[in-house]
Design a protein around this ligand. Sequence first.
Ligand code: C2O
Ligand code: CU
Length: 468
Amino acid sequence: GAGAVAMADTTGGGPGNPDEPFAVPLRQARVLRPLGAGAGGGRHGMGYDVYRLSPRETDVAVVPGTTTRMRLFNGEPVPVIRATRGRPVVIQQTNGLGVPFAMHLHGGHVPAHDDGHPDDELLTGAGRVFYYPNDQQASSMWLHDHSLHAHAENVYFGAVAGYLLTDDFERRLPLPKGRYDVPLYLRDAKFAADGSLVYDMGGFMNRPTVLVNGRPRPYFEVAARKYRIRLTNTSNERAFLLQLGEGDEMTHIASDGGLLPAPYATRALEIWPAERQEVVIDFSRYPVGTKLVLANRIAYRGEAPEVMRFDVVRTAEDRSSVPDRLRPVADVGTPTVERTFVMSFDAATGAHLINGKPFDPERVDIRPRLGNTEIWTVHNTDTKFGIPHSMHTHLEHFQIVDRDGAAPAPGEAGWKDTVTVMPGKSVRFKLKFTDYTGKFMYHCHLLGHMTMGMMGQMEVVDRTARRA
Ligand code: C2O
Ligand code: CU
């Protein structure tokens, strides 16, 4: 079913240019209301909330003067669920797409049967219920497809939602809240002249349009005060190196797994696909009337670097602040198991491999034991073609130990679930397996690589299971 949803101002006349910057206002991601609530539930008995979140084809106005058929949750670009630790979320879903769908909560610590395993694909028209316990610390997560063959396309066509989990610790901090806590979902895209989205798996250098919350290079009217900006990169393959104004300071406060141990000031913010980076920007430094461009310093040749613009339009009261210390990172203990993952590209077949093998749903690659802490080394050996890779682990966040022997930079000192390794480089991280047994994925989050095999399967086994 394709109902037209007006997203951009259509100015009449011919189709607009998707790359004309700042022609449309930012659309704030809509926070979904629960359908209802249940009593009890969850480890803390706080009750739970029920949502409906179903992907379907929808015609939306993205580029002024045209409509674009997308695959959207509930027919809208990037709806957001806001959840609270200790209060589970139940999601009812029907697959309204013509392809299989397997929703994954990226960053979620959830039971295996709710994790979006390829064995759990929903066929067209089928429905199911997901249960997310929310028994983990506050962080900005997101929902996306993980079906075996259609994930890259389904993500590209927009089936993405935000999932922002908060907790008491975070709520007590004086960070900007409410309307001054703004999630922004960035991605690239390629539009044909008629407004349709063009998907070409290998065409990652030919997606020149940048969308923020589903709109091309928008402007956002802000007050002259501090904002918490939660960035998520939902692109299939594109990285951004974001710079504000002339390289003005932003305070980096959180990454994939939530708040950093300490904030720090940065003049550039790198964000790879699937990563989350949160900053506090203080617009009170600028007079009302200032227009500040957020630009991508690593745009490909010929692309417009502008991502969006912040227009400071009014003053506002501000009692928020960024404390010197945010959230200490818990100790995961001493690793007792070491594993190595070699990421490589096989030019002869076009396959992307982990430890020489493409993904096989019938094969379990590793069997971590519940309760163990492990240390993983990820090597990117793709120096010949210069291909970066981004390792993502399901189920558990990890702590970076080092990059080729060097301690992590301040922005990588918190909990992570996705880490990019440049060609010829390696990274070590440690992670502890807790709560859930069963089969989970780990993979490169550059989705073309994942489609071409760069994924493995781990089965978390309990302490008494036979070693494999
Ligand atoms: Cu965001 Cu296995 O993925
Ligand atoms: Cu890769």
